[in-house]
Each structure stands twice: as structure tokens, then as C-alpha cells.
Design a protein around this ligand. Sequence first.
Ligand code: NCD
Length: 324
Amino acid sequence: MQIRQTDEQGRLRHLITLEDLDREQLESILRHAERYLSQPGKPPPRDTILSGQTVANLFFEASTRTRASFELAAKRLSADVLNLDVNMSSRAKGESVMDTIFTLQAMHVDIFVVRDASTGVPAMIARQVAPHVCVLNAGESDVSHPTQGLLDVLTMQLHKGDTSALRIAIVGDIRHSRVANSAYHALSKLGVGELRLVGPPELMPESDEFVGAVRDTTLDSGIRDADVVMALRLQKERFAQLSDIPDSQEYHRRYGLTQARMAAAKPDAIVMHPGPMNRGVEIDSSVADGPQSVIREQVANGLAVRMAVLARVHEHVRSARGEA
Ligand code: NCD
């Protein structure tokens, strides 16, 4: 169910997965994002390149930060922005999604930002839109969340330099995490010293996934000497059975990031979390708000990454509309 993400001129057209972008393409988006990074305390510089283009945020699954981030990114580039919250239960999948898309396309939407709880929807849309139209995946089931993967590696690079020298531990519900998947795809291209997956066996991915990563079911040894510790939420909405969800207190006791347990990681390790956080479950407030936390920087870097991705695909729109 793959889709070609670049156009005939090699320009980025869709961003559905990081899996088939090469190292050069990833680095080029990341360096582009750096240009949009603001000075501390200041919003990113404005740009008018998306003036005359329309971005529609179509979120078929709840979201606060990713949606707000895409909206602000598009507005900072001077696009017209349309936000649609589409209740999952109100649509029968497949045809009706495309009805919505074709309706919006008739209103001259150029770029669709799509989040959906089922696998394959962003690619399905990308396959059917008009030639100038682009599709950006803002979170697809437990499969892919490419802009999150980009902002995560950008945050690591900004703090720690080249990721190929780093020991990176992802802790928690990796099995249900599109965030972990996209981070893995980016790190496999950019290089990683050692990638560790830490969590209970039932929350580990299948054995044929995350090839090359080291698995550890104990927190202390899993984060030992790590440069980066990324905590993940228990994604309860994706558990097949409610009875499979671990007890929060027990989970915190075994895998919760506390100040005391962070002592096992390197003293200058950074702590990451994609949000939303469950304080007192996968992470304590003292860690989330502590000196090692870069969680708010991830959010700020996310805006820059989304501006960069929008700036990239806008070149395809312009050229396919005959404007370039
Ligand atoms: C994540 C997501 O939606 O996949 N959050 C996000 O995009 N900031 C992680 C999560 O839901 O746990």
C-alpha cells in the first residue's frame, strides 16, 4: 500500500511515512526546519510562500498539539487554513472520506493534513487526489507519524549532535506507538549508536519490527548510560481488550520515569515525550518539568518541522498548477 512521495522532478509531494525517504531527504527537511526555528521566546519568522494556497486540517481522530501545530505552521507561511474535526463515528470509512476530500478539493484545497485511526487512509487519499494536491500524514493508526519522527530527531540533534553516536531508549507502549515507529524509521536512516526498546513484554513490538534495536524489560538496565530517554503514553484506545491495559500504579512502579530512576541514564541525558503526558504514570512531574526535560522544545521544534514540510510540498503545488 505504498505511495510515491516525490513528484517527477524529485520534489516532496506527499509525506505519508519516513520509511522511504533517504538520509539526504531527511537531512534536507531537518536543515530547512532549522531555518524556521525561532529565537528563544520568539515565534518563528513569518514567510509568505504559501500565500494563495489552501491547507485543510482533517482530523478524524482527536488531537490538540499536532492540529494546532499544523494550523499555526500553515498560517505562519500565509496559507488559507481550514480546520475540520470529523467525528470518527459519523463516517463510514472509505467512500465517505473521499467524498469529503473531493468536496474540499472542489473548493481549491491544495494540501490535506490528515489524521486517522485506521491504517492506510492517508495513502488512500494521496492516491486519488488531483495531480497538484498534496497529502501530509498527521498520525495514522499505530503505524506512522512522520512529522513527529522528524521533530523528535531534530530535538535530539539540536541537543546531542549526530544521532549515530547516541544511545537512545524508548520506554513504554512501543507496540501501539506510531511515534516510536516514525522515530525508528528516521533513526535507521540517520544512524543511531544503540536503540533500546524498554517496556513490559506485552507492549513490545512484534519480533520482526524495529530490526537492530535492543529490547529490555527492565527500566534500570534499559536506560543505563542512555543519552536520550523517550517516554510514551499507554495508548489505551489501541489496546485490543480493556483487560490488557496494565494497572497504572504497577506500571509506574516498574516503568515510570522518576528522578531517582533517571540516575541510571547519563547525567546529561535528555528526557522526551510526544505528549499528551500522563503525569504519575509513565513520567513524574519532577522529570517532565525538570532540567533534563526537552518536552516543550519538542513542541516548538514541531512547529518548525511542519513549516518546513509545508514549504517543501508547496513547490509541488505551484509547479503542478503551472505557477512555477
Ligand atoms: C502522539 C500521537 O498522537 O500519536 N501525540 C502527538 O502526536 N503529539 C502520541 C500519543 O497519542 O500518545
